[in-house]
Design a protein around this ligand. Structure first.
Ligand code: H79
Length: 445
């Protein structure tokens, strides 16, 4: 993944693809009501499950980038058993993590559907020893637990004989030069999207691969209106060439706050989306939790990816991360779920969130911070400070308040060692009124 981003070419194209989102065709005010659950959800679990787990190689990209031939890649169909697949256990784990939605790869760029597609093309049900639709039971288990259902669907289908793209330096044809063939492919992929829509009615469609064609070529408008005709509340991610609802930075953590109304960072627990035996670069629970707090502080969601093995078992490190994240979420729920983005950078050196009514400010303490922490430019009176999930009351001191100046004093809070969390301590500051900040440069302004 990182290697793919490494080339300047890739970077330039990525910038272009992000730019397309700013030319979004959807009006934020019209979609605001349906985005409410997404905005409050904060955490989703992404699942990349497919035949690529058999050899443990890059999902689809391995043959596209010619690390393996396409026939050898497709031989993995014979090894996909789903023999230990337990959709109830998957859903339990997702619930435990605190996530409010889950997005499963219904079909990656390799064209292999996880459901029993009616179209004449590859599926786990027809072409693997698993011999069944693995989507239906998982979605049912999610819904039983009140977890929103997301369907990742790749617009690109490099295994389809009617799709123009195939390998990185060889395409089958150009869409513009063979309209009949391209139309055949379009009616195929539109039918698959209709199947997903009608059979599963996902709360969220997560498209991928839009960069290979324009909005007109993908018939993005038709895709969007078809989905919304079936379910006006369905949310569509921002990879439909301008016809999505929210932006989707991938693997790259924003440093400054994104300007989009809604955004979601998708990120892997190790370095890869699908299961890969050799990849042991596991992020630790502490790193994931700090990252999650950072994303929420900037008003985004985290879509954290796991990659089950071909048999459906989930690697222990991913189970651990989800469980640890879950226990931290349970303890700090009020500071995360249903909050809004925190105060701008500069007032406090760490992530922050604000309650919906704006009268509670949550401070997330990096690492194992203890001792004195400081906030600048907070004009409010603090009524009360507690350690979230513990209830311990903390004291504070206002330092350097000058009577004739409108600039608020510095607020120092004592954080005793006994209050700190194993991963990230959170403080709740109850304020006298909605949060009010001094944003000046000092002096008299
Ligand atoms: O499913 C996972 C990945 O397989 C897929 N999206 C996640 C969720 C994905 N892989 N890479 N990308 C998305 C990013 C694509 C980067 C690109 Fe490019 C840069 C596409 C176009 C420019 C590099 C250069 C790849 C093709 C040309």
């Amino acid at each position: 993944m990182f290697k793919r981003y490494a080339s300047l070419f890739g970077l330039i194209i990525c910038c272009i693809s992000f730019k397309t989102f700013s030319q979004q065709k959807t009006d934020p005010e019209t979609i605001r009501p349906k985005m409410a659950w997404f905005e409050d959800a904060k955490l989703g679990i992404f699942i990349h499950w497919g035949i690529y787990a058999v050899n443990g190689i890059d999902e689809s990209w391995s043959f596209y980038n010619k690390k393996i031939s396409w026939p050898d890649y497709m031989k993995q169909l014979n090894g996909f058993t789903a023999s230990k697949y337990d959709p109830a256990a998957w859903a339990d784990l997702i619930k435990t993590s605190g996530a409010r939605y889950a997005v499963l790869t219904t079909k990656h760029h390799d064209g292999v559907a996880l459901w029993n597609t009616k179209e004449n093309h590859y599926s786990i049900a027809k072409n693997t020893p698993a011999k069944r639709d693995v989507l239906t039971p998982f979605y049912a288990e999610l819904r039983k637990r009140d977890i929103k259902v997301g369907a990742y669907f790749s617009l690109i289908d490099w295994s389809h004989p009617d799709y123009p793209g195939f390998l990185k330096d060889s395409s089958r044809y150009k869409a513009a030069n063979d309209t009949a063939k391209w139309n055949k492919f379009r009616s195929f992929f539109q039918s698959q999207i209709n199947e997903l829509s009608n059979q599963f009615n996902p709360d969220l469609f997560w498209f991928d691969g839009d960069w290979e064609h324009s909005a007109a070529e993908w018939e993005s408008e038709k895709v969007r209106s078809g989905i919304l005709a079936r379910n006006p509340n369905a949310i569509i991610n921002g990879r439909l060439m301008g016809y999505g609802d929210y932006d989707t930075p991938e693997q790259n953590v924003p440093v400054s706050r994104p300007k989009f109304n809604w955004w979601e960072l998708c990120m892997t627990v190790n370095n890869n989306w699908g299961f890969q035996h050799k990849d042991t670069n596991w992020k630790t629970p502490a790193q994931i939790i700090a990252l999650f707090a950072d994303v929420v502080s900037h008003g985004g969601n985290l879509l954290l990816d796991i990659g089950p093995r071909e048999d459906g078992s989930i690697p222990a490190q991913e189970v651990t991360v989800l469980k640890e994240l879950g226990s931290w979420n349970k303890k700090h729920s009020e500071a995360i779920f249903g909050t809004q983005a925190g105060i701008p950078a500069g007032h406090f050196y760490g992530p922050t969130t604000i309650s919906k009514d704006s009268t509670t400010l949550y401070l997330f303490l990096q690492g194992h911070t203890q001792g004195q922490i400081m906030i600048k430019g907070l004009s409010n009176q603090i009524k009360d400070i507690t350690v979230v999930g513990k209830g311990t009351k903390l004291t504070h001191q206002v330092v350097g308040k000058i009577s004739w100046s409108p600039v608020p004093g510095l607020i120092y809070i004592d954080v005793p060692a006994m209050s700190i969390d194993k991963y990230m301590t959170v403080l709740a500051l109850k304020l006298d009124k909605p949060v009010s900040l001094y944003r000046g440069k000092g002096g008299f302004e």
